[in-house]
Design a protein around this ligand. Structure first.
Ligand code: TYM
Length: 332
């Protein structure tokens, strides 16, 4: 199998269903046949302001949700980004070969900076994509399973790998993004034109993995649809219904056309109940496993330390190779 690397930011108490469908669901399958490394990217989370005590808690909660959702910390390497210093160190080197204009074209930066106000956005937010490239390149990852919104960042990592290799000699593997086609992007339930995001202004359109099942069901049943009756996938004309079909498809493994057929002549209420049942059936056991893991944070912290040691054994030699290639003088 291939070496794969991916990560999620610990930027909220709970992951949302987009993280599950865009990332965790694929990770779980890929870890079986591949050499998988999964990271809780806390250094990325602090590119926007975070409360220190909360951040520490959210980092544990995110790790617990990886495991609860099926990531096996023995089979895969699971660790916290800041516990392996090579990430920040390689990011600096990559900053020196990244163009200012190139970084300015990153759409996620433009969106986030616009939301914060250009003057409030930090230099760290601007450098978010080079830190992400460092994550991937340190481990010679061949495949990067992510949601559709991360395509441009993985593309930058590819460019930087190629650029470094041609300037300093063959060093990095050029990675590629692995993005599920039909379910690559989940939209906000209340605003199905906008990507569902942990940082959305309102909570009503977000399905959290750790929400109580009754709350999750209620949110799905109040999802915005349209004033027609037809259950059909049409992103432009029927964004709400299409989003529900996408979620159902991801949770049942049934293709969208088969779902459309199954729901011919049935109502939106029926579709929503079916989606709610499917989501709750999957998330309820994940929620209880995650909460159980969080009962013993000492054990969880030890597990993460072991993961960091395993990660560092791969990352540190790569960093040393890079320093050497660039011409940095090692300690005698
Ligand atoms: P984050 O935390 O923003 O998102 C984590 C993962 O969830 C996916 N995702 C979605 N997928 C579908 N629909 C949505 N609404 C949705 N929202 C989020 C994202 O595509 C992502 O796969 N920058 C990365 C974290 C990262 C990383 C890396 C990933 C840091 N270093 C190295 C891969 C490799 C991110 O978007 O985190």
């Amino acid at each position: 199998g291939a070496r794969i690397f991916s990560g999620i930011q610990p930027s909220a108490d709970s992951l949302q269903i987009g993280n599950y469908i865009g990332a965790l669901l694929q990770w779980k399958e890929m870890q079986v046949t591949n050499d998988a490394i999964f990271c809780v990217v806390d250094l990325h989370a602090i590119t926007v302001p975070q409360d220190p005590a909360l951040l520490r808690e959210q980092t544990r909660r995110t790790a617990a949700q990886y495991i609860a959702a099926g990531i096996d910390p023995e089979q895969a390497i699971l660790f916290v980004q800041s516990q392996v210093p090579a990430h920040a160190q390689l990011a600096w080197i990559l900053n020196t070969i990244t163009g200012f204009g190139e970084a300015s074209r990153m759409t996620q930066f433009k969106d986030k900076a616009a939301r914060q106000g250009a003057d409030a956005a930090s230099l760290g937010l601007f450098a978010y994509p080079t830190l992400m490239a460092a994550d991937i390149l340190l481990y010679s990852a061949e495949e990067v399973p992510v949601g559709d919104d991360q395509r441009q960042h993985v593309e930058l990592a590819r460019d930087l790998a190629g650029r470094f290799n041609s300037r300093f000699g063959e060093t990095f593997v050029v990675p590629k993004a692995v993005i599920p086609t039909e379910t690559a992007r989940i939209y906000d339930l209340q605003n199905p034109e906008a990507k569902m995001s942990k940082s959305a202004a309102s909570d009503n359109g977000i399905i959290w993995m750790l929400d109580e099942p009754a709350r999750t069901a209620k949110k799905i049943k109040s999802a915005v649809t349209d004033d027609q009756r037809e259950i059909r996938f049409d992103r432009a004309a029927k964004p709400g219904v299409s989003n529900l079909l996408t979620i159902l498809s991801a949770f049942t493994g049934t293709g969208i056309p088969a779902l459309e057929e199954q729901f011919t002549g049935r109502g939106y209420g029926d579709l929503k109940s079916t989606v709610a049942d499917a989501v709750v059936a999957t998330f309820e056991p994940i929620r209880s496993r995650a909460l159980a893991l969080l009962d013993d944070t000492a054990e969880l912290d030890r597990l993460l330390s072991r993961g960091a040691e395993r990660a560092e054994a791969i990352a540190q030699p790569m960093l040393e190779r890079v320093y050497d290639r660039v011409g940095l003088l090692p300690r005698a």
